[in-house]
Design a protein around this ligand. Structure first.
Ligand code: WT7
Length: 634
């Protein structure tokens, strides 16, 4: 039995929303909204009314060919039209749509009207290059306005984009471009990172030699690094030059609700990345609705999601969600700790950010610097905070709550995935919160916990997280791999329910406690225990900065825990501390958490998005090949 990791913390209490939060909230009654969401079709149809449709849908959801669900069947719509064109007819016309800031302190403000002109010009230019509805366009770009403009322009003309995260290497790049058969590539000279310029163009140049489908490469001169014309091959053109002379209006393509919108590659349990495919109308409804309701977006908000557009978080909550709501979205290029670990809080103060959304790994990183930087700046503008990407350990939650949110701001712990396109499990601002829990399924979503055979498990017992009804923002397939789509997600349990790939437990209030990926869950003497849970326990110890755990085979118990620990400054992993840690973890998790070995390390293998790659540790441990390391930070 997995025990509650928070049970022994002083902070094991429920955090109720303040009167101010309740007064402002778009959704005032959590229970009533969840109740409303039980009529799935009616609920999502109402949410779809927020957009301008060229033609309304005939059917909300078509379940006749499971698991190939269809949403808003028969509807015609264009995302870019709704995210940009729609607003220039309103008082938002001159409002800032994109507030770009970088680590050098430079900023660029782009209003909805300016965005409209740029997107239209680029859309026309893409058409001139021969890009047609259904063609794929890839990007390998830093976080800069041109990236957002490129994606919006693709969608305006019905082209399908496939963003490659700028931190990926040549191999991953080639694989993604060739799988998607991209016709056009957007890239840039480089990106700012910790006081340096990281070159992107040379990587693109090398990779593109192996990408025969790419006809045109559009180059943004982002950092101003000189690129000689002679360095450009015949198929390259500068972004600026491309826009010159283009008309500033382009008719939006009337897309079928189920026309492909974008591809986004993500890692699965096998080496080959999965081409997650999202389609048009359902994704729009999902991203916009969840952003508005979970973060309670109003017209006076300044929204900042620190995620990179190279990941789904950036797609849904840096770009599409915010613009579909007509809000201002902050686009930040740089690291959280450069020039110093106060850089984010300085931005919050300077611009008056009201809603701030980041990853637990970033919070834990900044936590190491104590309260010096959070106290240096005035963070009073903040109203709601959020986290995403992995379970947040209660210590990090409390630090964020106390020092960033000053005990005023509720924290939205949002559980979702590249595949889900939108938040599925998350509180609303009026919900009572428990640190470390993403609380309950959002209205309109039905989540559950099942055992290996797909049977519901009793309260408090760990199991597989499943989603039992389709949701609008869901992916529709894995690109050119319907079989893998069915096998990896839908065929595991009877009744065609979605297997999320996470282990989870529900408490007495129905709150979900995500324990980590099911492939990273250990089995110790028949007991299940999540690696993330054990790590959270370790990190709860004052000597531990970071921890990663894997299963180590044990002749008697099957598996025991091997822990890799980064200790905080001033500590050393000696016999006494090892004993303390064993006690601490046992104290936090119970005797099921059998510690086989604890070793001290300087660094942990992490993806560039900050997730610990336990697979690498496991492979190392077994003396095996490391497999696909393309997403490894270093
Ligand atoms: C996996 C999906 C969704 C954007 C970023 C990650 C983990 C995500 C949470 C959360 C616990 C979380 C899950 C999930 N995850 N959010 N709030 N609490 N775990 O997207 O790369 O597709 O990863 O991230 O394990 O399955 P992704």
């Amino acid at each position: 039995m997995v025990r509650d990791t928070t049970v022994l913390l002083d902070e094991r209490r429920i955090f109720e929303p303040s009167e101010e939060i309740k007064k402002r909230a778009n959704v005032k009654d959590w229970e009533a909204e969840i109740e409303k969401g039980k009529n799935v079709e009616k609920y999502w149809a109402e949410k779809a009314e927020q957009f301008e449709w060229f033609k309304k849908w005939d059917q909300v959801v078509d379940e006749s060919n499971k698991p190939f669900y269809k949403w808003f069947v028969g509807g015609k719509i264009n995302l870019t039209y709704n995210a940009v064109d729609r607003w220039i007819k309103t008082e938002k016309r001159n409002q800032v749509a994109i507030l770009y800031i970088n680590e050098r302190g430079e900023e660029e403000k782009i209003t909805y009207y300016e965005l409209f002109v740029q997107v239209n010009k680029l859309a026309n230019a893409l058409k001139n290059l021969g890009v047609k509805k259904g063609d794929t366009v890839s990007t390998y770009m830093p976080m800069c306005p041109e990236l957002l403009i490129a994606l919006l322009a693709c969608i305006k003309i019905g082209a399908v984009h496939s963003v490659i995260y700028s931190g990926l290497s040549v191999g991953a790049f080639v694989e993604r471009i060739n799988d998607a058969k991209a016709k056009v590539l957007f890239t840039a000279d480089g990106t700012y990172r910790r006081g340096k310029i990281i070159d992107l163009k040379p990587i693109a140049d090398e990779a593109i030699l192996q990408c025969p489908t790419v006809e045109t490469i559009i180059v943004v001169n982002h950092t101003g690094t000189p690129i000689e014309i002679s360095e450009l091959s015949g198929r390259e053109i500068f972004y600026d030059r491309l826009l010159d002379g283009e008309p500033s209006y382009c008719e939006p393509e009337q897309m079928d609700a189920e026309d492909p919108l974008f591809l986004l590659y993500t890692s699965g349990s096998t080496g080959k990345p999965k081409g997650v495919m999202h389609t048009t109308a359902g994704y729009m409804v999902g991203a916009a609705t969840t952003l508005r309701d979970v973060f309670d977006i109003h017209s006076d908000d300044l929204w900042w999601c620190t995620g990179d557009i190279g990941w789904i978080t950036g797609h849904s909550y840096v770009l599409y969600g915010p613009l579909l709501l007509g809000t201002t979205t902050v686009v930040y290029e740089g690291a959280p700790d450069y020039p110093d670990p106060g850089v984010w809080w300085k931005i919050v103060e300077k611009y008056g950010v009201t809603k701030f959304y980041t990853a637990p790994t970033a919070i834990r990183h900044l936590m190491r610097f104590g309260t010096r930087y959070t106290n240096l700046y005035n963070l009073d503008s903040l109203r709601i905070l959020g986290t995403v990407g992995e379970p947040i350990n209660p210590e990090a939650w409390m630090w964020y709550y106390k020092n960033v949110g000053k005990e005023r701001c509720p924290i939205m712990d949002t559980w979702w995935q590249t595949e889900t396109g939108m938040h599925l499990i998350s509180p609303l601002p009026v919900a009572p919160l428990k640190p470390g829990s993403a609380t309950r399924a959002l209205p309109g979503i039905e989540a559950d916990v099942v055992d290996e055979d797909g049977n519901p498990v009793p309260e408090g017992k760990g199991g597989y997280l499943v989603i039992k009804k389709p949701w609008p923002g869901m992916f529709r397939t894995l690109y050119k791999d319907e079989q893998r789509y069915k096998d990896a997600y839908w065929n595991e349990f009877p009744g065609c329910i979605y297997k999320a790939g996470d282990m989870v437990r529900q408490d007495e209030d129905g709150y979900f406690w995500i324990q980590g990926r099911s492939d990273d869950v250990l089995k110790i003497a028949g007991h299940r225990i999540g690696s993330a849970e054990v790590e959270s326990a370790f990190v709860g110890h004052p000597a531990v900065a970071e921890a990663a755990v894997i299963g180590k085979s044990d002749p008697i118990k099957g598996e025991v825990i091997k822990a890799f620990i980064i200790v905080k400054e001033g500590y050393e992993l000696k016999t006494q501390l090892i004993e303390d840690l064993k006690k601490h973890v046992r104290y936090e998790l119970g005797p099921v958490a059998v510690l086989g070995e604890i070793v001290q390390v300087d660094k942990l293998p992490k993806t560039r998005s900050g997730k610990i790659m336990r697979r690498i540790l496991r492979a190392q441990e077994m003396g095996e090949d490391l497999g696909d390391t393309s997403t490894l930070e270093e």
